[in-house]
Design a protein around this ligand. Structure first.
Ligand SMILES: Cc1cc2nc3c(=O)[nH]c(=O)nc-3n(C[C@H](O)[C@H](O)[C@H](O)COP(=O)(O)OP(=O)(O)OC[C@H]3O[C@@H](n4cnc5c(N)ncnc54)[C@H](O)[C@@H]3O)c2cc1C
Length: 461
């Protein structure tokens, strides 16, 4: 049999499943779960395969591509139900026709409903709201490894809490209900600070009723903050999108393409650095002067990335830190980037980003489980040296007490995972084993990440 090769959207995670299957119906998923010969383990469901880690890899097993199950089933005044393979942006655009929107409008429109309900996501939290999509999942329906149908609702809060972090390890999700809200006008504007200015201002900025998203440049010592807040409008039809179109074009197309070209065609390092810095300064000016508005449409923040990545593709990583320690940790990150560049000659070729995300214990592996967090996330076109840089970045972030995301923080070690999540791994494992005692859905990635927990619990037996 010909060996299959599959990679994630960016192209950085390669794998060879035995079979790739696209179910059309719940019956198809039941058959996949029950027929071990035709569909060998591990069985892993994927959506758009945008994750930057091997969380969806089915090496030697069965990759279940959920994209064909993409129907929007019902829209109600306060919720929407859709099949797991539907794209977040498609559902959001349908909601807009009913003057509704999702609560969290992550920039990645290609996020699928199934992944959104059971994995890590981030967007800067608006006051009183969560920044993780799964926290708004109120009903999750899945097919378990035995082929049974399981419906988890808000009447089973403990189970919903773990299912929202289950990454396809309890079952294949085929349908999800998310809470939604009326369309609201969104104000957006940017301000530029030096790191010291930002450190002084942050305590005040946190109290001003805005969400806080950051563009970070350690080499220019700059922090540009994107502020957003909702306000009421009587005319949701008159909301503007042009600000987000410019932002989306810069972020998803122009910046990565520029970084790719400069990296590829400018071999002289000082000239290359000059071109990166010049571009980043210009982008910051455009953000502050142009990308601002009082009546913008929140869902216009979403980007529909091309199905097949082009030379404008980029990748990133992320760790979250308790906000009371953020400035010290951000200083450590700026210093780390500069020291790393001096000692190895590597710098990431795009600006880093960061998010402020409210305290949220709605899911087991929430990275803001213990309190409000802020992140610093390097971004790159994957220029040579990126993976070694990520390994060092992981070491730094783990030593600073950070928390990673299993689908967005690559090259984690089991020790770093145990350090970040502690007892929550053992609790999660006890649930997982209830649904999947034979490890039909467990791939090498999760098995390795949870290994340190096993060693600890084996020792304590
Ligand atoms: C260019 C780019 C931009 C991004 N921007 C953002 C952003 O702004 N905000 C953000 O939060 N993230 C962002 N991400 C990361 C992305 O949101 C997450 O990695 C997300 O999981 C991707 O969704 P997906 O549908 O591609 O999931 P996949 O990568 O296909 O799957 C993710 C995980 O969910 C599981 N899974 C998927 N579907 C199912 C199902 N039906 N049943 C059971 N398990 C399932 C998979 O097994 C896997 O473990 C970005 C990624 C890229 C490449």
């Amino acid at each position: 049999m010909k060996q299959l090769h599959v990679h994630n959207w960016f192209g950085s995670i390669d794998s060879s499943p035995y079979v790739v299957v696209q179910p059309d119906s719940v019956e198809d998923i039941i058959e996949i779960m029950q027929d071990h010969e035709k569909y060998p383990s591990p069985v892993r469901a994927v959506g758009s395969n945008h994750s930057t880690t091997p969380c969806g890899v089915a090496e030697g097993g069965t990759l279940v591509d959920m994209r064909k199950m993409n129907r929007i089933i019902e829209i109600r005044p306060d919720s929407v139900t859709a099949e797991a393979g539907a794209l977040y942006i498609d559902v959001n655009q349908e909601l807009q026709k009913h003057n509704l929107q999702f609560n969290v409008n992550v920039e990645l429109g290609n996020l699928t409903i199934g992944s959104a309900s059971c994995g890590g996501t981030k967007d800067a939290s608006l006051p009183g709201e969560f920044g993780q999509v799964c926290s708004y999942a109120s009903v999750i329906k899945m097919v378990t490894p035995s082929g049974e149908l399981l419906e988890i609702t808000e009447d089973q809060p403990e189970l919903l809490h773990v299912a929202r972090s289950s990454y396809g390890l309890f079952g294949i999700i085929y349908e999800v209900t998310f809470k939604v809200r009326p369309l609201q006008a969104m104000t957006v504007y940017h301000k530029s600070y030096t790191l010291d200015e930002f450190a002084t201002q942050l305590p005040t900025l946190r109290t001003q009723g805005n969400s806080i998203m950051l563009y970070l440049n350690p080499f220019l010592d700059r922090v540009v903050v994107e502020f957003r807040r909702y306000h009421d409008t009587k005319k949701p039809q008159s909301l503007t999108s042009w600000q987000w179109k410019i932002r989306n074009y810069i972020w998803s197309t122009l910046s990565p393409f520029y970084a790719y070209c400069v990296t590829k065609y400018v071999p002289v390092v000082p000239i290359r650095d000059f071109l990166f810095d010049l571009f980043n300064r210009l982008i910051f000016i455009v953000c502050v002067l142009v990308i601002r508005g009082n009546n913008t449409l929140a869902i216009a923040q979403q980007i529909r990335y091309p199905a097949v990545a082009t030379n404008s593709k980029y990748t990133f990583s992320i760790w979250a830190f308790q906000e009371e320690h953020y400035i010290d940790n951000l200083r450590a990150y700026f210093k780390f980037c500069k020291d790393y560049y001096r000692s190895t000659g590597y710098r990431s070729n795009m600006i880093s980003v960061g998010y402020r995300i409210n305290h949220d214990d709605s899911s087991m592996f929430s990275y803001s489980f213990r309190g409000t967090v802020m992140t610093f996330d390097p971004v790159s076109t994957g220029n040579p040296g990126w993976e070694a840089f990520l390994t060092a970045y992981n070491e730094l972030c783990s030593s600073l007490g950070g928390v990673p995301l299993f689908n967005q923080t690559n090259l984690l070690t089991s020790e770093q995972v145990a350090h970040a999540f502690g007892d929550r791994i053992a609790t999660f494992e006890s649930y997982r084993k209830r649904f999947d005692p034979a490890n039909r859905l467990l791939n090498g990635y999760f098995s390795n990440l949870f290994a340190a927990e096993k060693t600890v619990s084996d020792r304590t037996l």
